[in-house]
Ligand binder design. Structure first.
Ligand SMILES: Nc1nc2c(ncn2[C@@H]2O[C@H](COP(=O)(O)OP(=O)(O)OP(=O)(O)O)[C@@H](O)[C@H]2O)c(=O)[nH]1
Ligand SMILES: [Mg+2]
Length: 334
């Protein structure tokens, strides 16, 4: 299921061809009236078709995209990271500009044609309008292309319901977050033996006794200031900030992930300080490789060990949070 259902966006050339083709299909009026009257009506009808076709298309593009300012803060920031809110707004603005410009060109030439008594001049006005319309579309072509790319990105966005109790899985890259998410939920993330396999947040669901919970897989985080994060890592911070009712912080004591335990613990501390109100469960993954002498829950996402216990812990935490309707997401501003 996709969150944003956005219609496909055509290029300037495609739009020009579509509009002109529709106009060309218009058959010449026969019957009564002089040749001049018929030519005039014919030219007006063609321009009207071009205006209608393009107005409808460009309006559809503007309407098809979500209104960025009204999005949930998580999606607002996600769109900003993945597409750029300003670029998107500018491109949508260009659709309105183009639509108005085309309407203006068509209306002006229709007016001229109405008062024109020379058949050649009528055709000249019509052709002039054609040329201007094509040129307006060319002027917004880069925005049309941007919208099409944005559409592809938006369609692939995770379908997260901010109202559903949510656990966000966080930790250093390569520690086994995605494998854990796969164990815990319906999600089927990509898992690989290198850091930053996960480049975008992904959602899975756990359903227990008809209650649905969300599990969110995030890209790996390095131990640096959460407010300074860019793009890939930033998405993990955004998920914690706007969606998480609970964080499961995954550690890899085997250090097979490629990062010393020290720095992983450093990140854990940093996140605790940055999100002081957020409930957190720390787990040690890869227990098949190494087990520490500690109080933390030990699991092996690979072998499936400790997963049921973790699931129980998660559900009981989420239930307590649920009975306290104030979400835990009001953390420090980034
Ligand atoms: N031995 C062992 N390997 C594991 C375990 N869990 C995950 N791995 C391996 O660790 C590597 C990373 O797993 P991922 O689930 O992709 O890790 P991730 O934390 O999602 O990584 P990023 O998305 O890159 O941040 C893979 O090669 C997994 O097979 C585990 O419990 N035991
Ligand atoms: Mg991953």
């Amino acid at each position: 299921m996709t969150v944003f259902k956005i219609p496909g966006v055509m290029t300037a050339d495609e739009l020009t061809e579509l509009a002109f083709h529709r106009a060309a299909k218009k058959s010449k009026p026969g019957g009564a009236g002089s040749k001049l009257t018929r030519e005039r009506a014919f030219a007006i009808a063609k321009l009207q078709i071009i205006q209608d076709v393009l107005t409808e298309k460009l309006k559809k593009y503007t309407k098809g995209f979500p209104s960025i300012d009204n999005l949930h803060p998580f999606y607002n920031q996600l769109v900003d990271v993945l597409v750029g809110n300003d670029r998107l707004k500018k491109a949508l603005g260009a659709m309105d500009w183009g639509r108005r410009k085309i309407a203006g060109v068509c209306t002006a030439n229709i007016r001229r044609i109405k008062t024109e008594d020379n058949i050649n001049e009528i055709q000249k006005h019509r052709n002039a309008a054609y040329g201007r319309v094509a040129s307006v579309l060319k002027q917004i072509n880069s925005e049309l292309l941007l919208l099409n790319t944005a559409r592809e990105t938006l369609r692939k966005m995770p379908d997260i319901d901010p109202e559903v109790p949510t656990v966000v899985i966080a930790g250093y890259p390569n520690v086994g977050k995605s494998m854990l998410v796969e164990r815990l939920s319906s999600a089927r993330p990509e898992i690989a033996a290198y850091p930053f396999t996960t480049k975008q947040v992904l959602v899975g669901h756990i359903e227990v006794e008809w209650v649905k919970y969300q599990v969110i897989d995030t890209p790996g985080l390095l131990d640096s200031d959460p407010s300074e994060k860019k793009n890939i890592e930033r998405q993990a911070v955004m998920a914690l900030e706007h969606l998480a009712n609970l964080m499961v912080f995954v550690l890899d004591p085997s250090e097979y992930c490629g990062y010393p335990l020290e720095v992983q613990l450093g990140l854990s501390e940093r996140l605790k300080n940055y999100f002081p109100k957020l409930a957190m469960i720390e787990v040690e993954n890869k227990s098949d490789l190494k087990v520490l002498d500690s109080e933390r829950l030990k699991i092996s996402a690979m072998k499936g060990e400790g997963i049921d216990k973790l699931k129980e812990l998660i559900l009981s935490e989420l239930k307590t949070i649920e009975s306290n309707p104030e979400p835990e997401t009001q953390n420090l501003e980034p």
